[in-house]
Design a protein around this ligand. Structure first.
Ligand SMILES: Nc1nc2c(ncn2[C@@H]2O[C@H](COP(=O)(O)OP(=O)(O)OP(=O)(O)O)[C@@H](O)[C@H]2O)c(=O)[nH]1
Ligand SMILES: [Mg+2]
Length: 410
């Protein structure tokens, strides 16, 4: 089983003039006073170092640097060489939207060093900020903005980071012990060209082999027999989306099971946000707007999941009068915050970087986002069962579900 590592995935350096609010912005992101908890960096005196768990990246390391000024900009930047050399991304904090000589010098220096940057227009409470144009506009002293700004920061990090910093987790190898066993459940009518195995199934088999695990592939009609024939209980069952309900019914309680779509949701996006999004179903009210986003044009759709099934079940299970809209063939539209829920299909069309960015855009707009299969599993009451292989996500899901059910019942 893959060991988790605390090695930071992304190192972020905070830069800017003296007193613009670098440490305050960091405190807002950490939700704690950065000056009290950061440690002096071993790289350079005067620089503070602090790590933060930032889902879905893992450990992020911040460098809080001393303020620069017009007088010391050249020497200041060169003295930061060792810190900049370690940094993957720079956050340039400005006083309001002021981009003066110091900020321009910092930007030129970052471009020279090929360090991507995120610009923060701070003190938005005391400065008029016209059009932030891609910058994050914030009052770092206002804690109520924290989640929104954190989501904007994550979106910006995904946008500017090199592709290899947004590394996907493995498909399933980390969920099963070494030499452990997996059963993969496929449909009876295996609709794949003769002599071929579908890409998802190939990926599952390959991932098991890469992690020295054993895998048994069976059609749904042989599933019970296959379970009976095994002398040791398998460590994980994986099935196609359309077999989830059957798998849940036929799998013993002490065996973990999940669907291929949930595995893909984890590798291509943020599974926790998608399960949060599915729970938002139960908070929908009459007149709320739900957007169903299909990347495929209607004439090419092979099934009616998004056009018929999801709208029908949403209305039936919630009992609410919902306004359901569809978009086809593109990612989420602008004006997202008019929606109360976005349900997305076709994770496969996206890279992890693209989808995480889309998820962060939704989070920043405070719009819950989920995908077809997570949404269907929630509507059919099996989501908690297929989240069992992911204890952190499951715990969060259960806690949030209880909160929502409590809120909607009082
Ligand atoms: N009104 C307002 N004040 C802020 C904001 N952010 C920071 N401040 C104040 O600005 C002052 C400087 O903030 P710091 O966070 O210490 O700034 P810094 O950039 O880390 O400063 P140096 O490390 O000395 O360069 C403090 O008095 C903060 O309370 C903000 O968004 N709005
Ligand atoms: Mg500071």
């Amino acid at each position: 089983m893959k060991q988790t590592t605390t090695e930071p995935k992304i190192k972020i350096v905070l830069l800017g003039r003296k007193g613009v609010g670098k440490s305050s912005f960091l405190s807002l992101m950490l939700d704690q006073n950065a000056q009290n908890i950061s440690k002096p960096s071993l790289l350079l005196a005067g620089v503070g170092e602090i790590s933060q768990q930032m889902h879905p990246f893992g450990t992020v390391l911040w460098y809080d640097t001393p303020g620069l000024s017009e007088e010391n900009i050249t020497s200041g930047l060169s003295s930061l060489a060792s810190v900049l050399q370690q940094s993957d991304v720079a956050v340039l904090v400005c006083e309001g939207d002021k981009i003066g000589a110091v900020e321009r010098d910092i930007i030129t220096h970052l471009e020279l060093k090929r360090i991507p940057r995120i610009v923060v227009f701070n003190k938005a409470d005391t400065h008029h900020i016209g059009n932030p144009e891609g910058a994050i506009s914030v009052n770092s002293l206002d804690k109520t903005q924290r989640l929104k700004v954190l989501a904007e920061l994550k979106a910006a990090l995904i946008r500017v980071s090199p592709e290899d910093l947004v590394v996907p987790p493995v498909l399933l190898g980390d969920l099963v012990p070494d030499s452990g066993s997996v059963v993969m459940l496929v449909p009876n009518d295996y609709e794949v060209a003769k002599g071929r195995i579908s890409l998802p199934h190939t990926q599952v088999i390959r991932d098991c082999l890469d992690h020295d695990q054993m895998i048994l592939t069976v059609k749904e009609k042989q599933y019970t027999k296959a379970l009976e024939s095994l002398t040791h209980r398998p460590d994980l069952i994986v099935c196609d989306s359309q077999l989830v309900e059957q798998m849940v019914v036929q799998t013993p309680n002490n065996v973990k099971c999940t669907s291929f779509s949930v595995l893909t949701a984890r590798t291509l996006g943020d599974l926790q946000q998608m399960t949060d999004g599915a729970l938002a179903i139960w908070q929908l009210k009459d007149g709320d707007r739900v957007l169903i986003a299909e990347p495929i044009l209607p004439e090419n759709l092979k099934d009616d999941t998004g056009t018929v099934k999801i709208p029908r079940w949403l209305s039936e299970r919630t009992g609410k009068d919902l306004i359901i809209e569809h978009i086809y063939g593109s990612s989420c539209p602008l004006g997202l915050n008019e929606y109360n829920l976005v349900i997305h299909r076709g994770l496969h069309q996206h890279s992890r970087k693209d989808f995480l960015e889309e998820q962060s855009r939704c989070a920043a707009a405070n719009v819950p986002l989920t995908n077809y299969s997570v949404c269907l599993s929630e509507l059919n009451g099996v989501l908690s069962r297929i989240l069992e292989p992911f204890p952190n996500t499951l715990e969060r899901y259960k806690r949030k579900r209880e909160e929502i059910i409590y809120k909607t019942s009082v």
